[in-house]
Design a protein around this ligand. Sequence first.
Ligand code: C2E
Ligand code: MG
Ligand code: MG
Ligand code: MG
Length: 285
Amino acid sequence: ERQATLKKYLSHPKNITKTVSPKIQLLEMNLQQVVQKQKFQEFEVYYQPIVDIASGQIIAAESLLRWQSPELGLVTPTEFIPIAESTGLIVPIDQWVLQNVCKQIKVWHDVGIAYLKISVNLSVMEFNHPDLLKKITDFLQINHLEPQYLEIELTESMIMQDINSAIATMNKLQTLGLKIAIDDFGTGYSSLIYLKNLPINTLKIDRYFIHNVAVDRQKSAITKALIEMAHNLNMQVVAEGVETEEELQFLRDAHCDYMQGFLFSRPLPAPEFENFLWSNRHLYI
Ligand code: C2E
Ligand code: MG
Ligand code: MG
Ligand code: MG
């Protein structure tokens, strides 16, 4: 049956010239269906806690999209986000995530969880979309939310594509009251000098540097320098991908502000995240 649908899809004139693999074409076809037929119930937003290293408290969470396809099973973002980006489907998807996250923040506020900052990953297409500010304003307004609970995660490469227009959008987002994080820091090619001129609240050190940071002398040196530099620029620092006690201890000694990683928790569906919050209220790590 899957073969038949695939054949039909491939025979469509619009798709004939594509030279990508059948697996990717199948993913693309299914993703197209989700968006066109508004089958967004196949998507679920997971939340991964971000922890204040000094106090052990969960102070924030990153929203991470999951796609449970009836046809294909669980598809990871590293598989479907690039396809969504190359097809433009990422725009409605990112907007759905933004809307969903705003609703969830409101639900949490109503049950007394009113302190968390939730971050949302945006793709470059959504970041540059003319409707972005309007959409965000609407989602906040509909849910009676103050903007400081929302943080937008951008990557270096997104910003460097067109630095002037990126700075303009970042300024608008900050003026609106949102926070801005630079994600996967260290993996791009941006000069550190640029950072100084960018309106960034949070710097997230890529998990490449955190993996084995306590024993790898180069990674230790780079991570320490990044933390110090970020602090000098009045940014707060999140270490991504913290998996071991040794890595956490290193980060604590290096005065890193926050940590995120499997050591503390994997990304969780909203109800599980909420349970996790209640059971870890006074947890000290
Ligand atoms: P990211 O924004 O850098 O998200 C962090 C990724 O690291 C997540 O992968 C998370 O599950 C993973 N991670 C967290 N802690 C650990 C750890 O201790 N060890 C290891 N090995 N991994 C850890 P995930 O959820 O598979 O997402 C992958 C990427 O997909 C994200 O990277 C982000 O770039 C993108 N993405 C996810 N959700 C969205 C979305 O709603 N919109 C857009 N545009 N992109 C998204
Ligand atoms: Mg991220
Ligand atoms: Mg990241
Ligand atoms: Mg990443």
